[in-house]
Design a protein around this ligand. Structure first.
Ligand code: NCD
Length: 310
């Protein structure tokens, strides 16, 4: 069964096929006739989204992706409070019962690392991990890589600055796993020491022979970068608010930082942003984060087609 749980599981062939489909779908949207035809592709199939943590882009882009392909969405946001999980029901029991109602695919976001894999272990339909705690967010990494490919025309031979909250962020982990499949990748991790990348990820990079370095100096890293992938300090993962306040504003990308970037580089962010990228950057053509978010629609449509049509 085609569960989507971790970035390590994607093959290069799969990525190529997925990105070709996503690119074609993006084109199809420009033609009103083709757009209507798309709605026949997965007509009548049911997409269930169970979200235990807040989301704007991930949940909506999955639902819109499904609807544009003719699927019917059923959604629970705030599942922690509004579903029987609040009464103490286990993930396994809930998924077994939900599967008996015959959804075609289930998209889950949860605050505990590993919980989506537990859901997949008992599910009779494909499960998509839309973010599991500090673990992974594999579909975000797919749209991040698709954006790099589209904007720069390649995914090999890149200096990629990945920065912000590397300890608590799941998007940075999934992206680093995915980039480690390509050659000539040099990762430059920029963060406060307290928010640095976890050892397991660094061990993986060593094993794959992917070059990486760690620094607290953003100014020195920016001129080297082909891609800057910046992230929010993950407030919800801090148990101590004073610790969050101490680290949250260490870095801010503004127009002065943009001046240090190559003309050919791009600035990405999974969004939502708080104060880590100044809105004054938005009008710079290198600021690609809104194009990146739009790409999520095409990549998730391509993914639903791959899961349900093969
Ligand atoms: C990210 C997430 O939920 O991990 N958001 C998203 O899905 N685009 C990043 C974040 O919340 O900071």
């Amino acid at each position: 069964m085609r569960h989507i749980l971790r970035s390590q599981d994607f093959s290069k062939d799969f990525l190529e096929q997925l990105f070709n489909t996503a690119s074609k779908l993006q084109q199809d949207f420009k033609d009103p006739k083709k757009r209507i035809e798309l709605q026949q592709r997965l007509r009548g199939r049911i997409l269930l989204s169970e979200f235990f943590e807040p989301s704007t882009r991930t949940r909506h882009s999955f639902e819109f992706a499904g609807v544009h392909l003719g699927m019917m969405p059923i959604t629970t946001e705030n599942a922690k409070i509004f579903s029987s999980f609040a009464k103490g029901e286990s993930m396994e029991d809930a998924i077994r019962v939900i599967c008996s109602y015959r959804p075609d695919v289930i998209v889950i976001r949860h605050d505990e690392e590993g919980s989506v894999a537990i859901a997949a272990s008992v599910s009779t339909v494909p499960i998509i991990n839309a973010g599991d705690g500090k673990g992974q967010h594999p579909t975000q990494a797919l749209l991040d890589l698709y954006t790099i490919q589209k904007e720069l025309g390649r995914v090999d031979n890149l200096n990629v600055v990945i920065g912000g909250d590397l300890k608590n962020g799941r998007t940075v982990r999934s992206l680093a796993y995915l980039l480690s499949k390509f050659s000539g990748i040099n990762l430059i991790f920029v963060s406060a020491a307290a928010l640095s990348m976890e050892q397991d990820l660094k061990d993986h990079l060593k094993e794959k022979g992917t070059k990486y370095q760690e620094t607290e100096n953003l100014q020195e890293a920016l001129p080297l970068a082909d891609v800057i992938y910046w992230t929010r300090t993950q407030k919800e993962r801090f148990s101590d608010e004073s610790e969050y306040n101490r680290v949250k504003d260490k870095y801010r990308i503004g127009v002065e930082e943009l001046k240090l970037m190559k003309n050919t580089s791009i600035l990405l962010h999974p969004l939502p942003r708080t104060s880590e990228i100044d809105i004054a950057c938005d009008s710079d053509p290198r600021a690609a984060y809104f194009r990146q978010a739009e790409n999520g629609l095409y990549v998730r449509m391509a993914l639903l087609l791959w899961i349900l049509e093969g």
